[in-house]
Design a binder for this molecule. Structure first.
Ligand code: APR
Length: 238
């Protein structure tokens, strides 16, 4: 744990609830994806081996929807913080709504829908935007293309970098995540004891120690919070 935090550094840890008001489904809400699909069939290496066409169809549909969704007021409010703070967005989301809202430092722990990768031992990565991936569509290394998504049981990416950012942030905003999936959820434990810690969600089974739980919609709670943080920065700027 670093001895001190960086006064003007904010880390945002986001989940699917942030994109819900952009029309993209969450996972564990009543109408969530894991109530419509069996995650082990469409989001696991076992599912890929058994029925790759079902996995490709699942992600082709999500990629198309995400491509045509728009960032919402919460994405915009997070991006606007960059006027006065260093803002690192660490997201579990695989859409590009943070980037399209203007956030410039975004770490995708679970991959990105707009990319595909080969299935070689050293996979190559390709930007595909909203193009579907077909069974039999090969990368230039001759292997089948797959979504560039981290499936259950696969290694979450960038965790060391993400943990280091959380540890020296003066403010940590967790928004739109049930904190059900590890290791991503464990990032909240890296927050510095002296950091300001806020959790925005519609509901939470449990709130991590030290976090101020603000129940409500991201598009209502996040802009109010970021406006207060921007006013704080203005009041303390020379
Ligand atoms: N505003 C704020 N919070 C919301 C909103 C909203 N409009 N809508 C839903 N939420 C909250 C829910 O109350 C819930 O706490 O967002 C959270 C969504 O939780 P999950 O559906 O579990 O999604 P998430 O936490 O992102 O899942 C994490 O699980 O399956 C994996 O890889 C997948 O990245 C995903 C990970």
């Amino acid at each position: 744990m670093p001895t001190a935090v960086q006064a003007n550094k904010i880390v945002v840890l986001s989940g699917s609830g942030l994109s819900a008001e952009s029309g993209l489904p969450t996972f564990r809400d009543s109408n969530g994806l894991w109530n419509q699909y069996a995650w082990h069939e469409v989001a696991s290496p076992e599912g890929w081996r058994a029925r790759p066409e079902a996995v490709l169809a699942f992600y082709n549909e999500r990629r198309h929807k995400a491509w045509h969704a728009q960032p919402n007021a919460a994405h915009a409010a997070i991006a606007a913080l960059e006027a006065a703070y260093e803002v690192i967005v660490i997201t579990q989301n695989v859409d590009a709504l943070h980037e399209r809202a203007g956030s410039t430092q975004v770490i995708h722990l679970h991959g990105e829908l707009a990319y595909a990768r080969s299935t070689a031992a050293q996979p190559k990565r390709y930007r595909i935007d909203d193009a579907p991936i077909a069974l039999g569509q090969l990368a230039d290394d001759g292997t089948q293309l797959r979504p560039d998504i981290v499936w259950f049981g696969e290694q979450t990416q960038y965790m060391d970098e993400a943990r280091a950012h959380v540890a020296d942030a003066a403010k940590v905003l967790v928004v739109g995540t049930s904190l059900s999936v590890h290791p991503a959820a464990s990032l909240v434990w890296a927050a510095h004891a002296t950091a300001e810690k806020v959790l925005v969600s519609l509901e939470m089974d449990s709130v991590p120690d030290g976090f101020d739980f603000q129940r409500g919609k991201a598009t209502e709670r996040v802009p109010a919070l970021t406006q207060a943080w921007l006013a704080q920065a203005a009041a303390t700027s020379p």
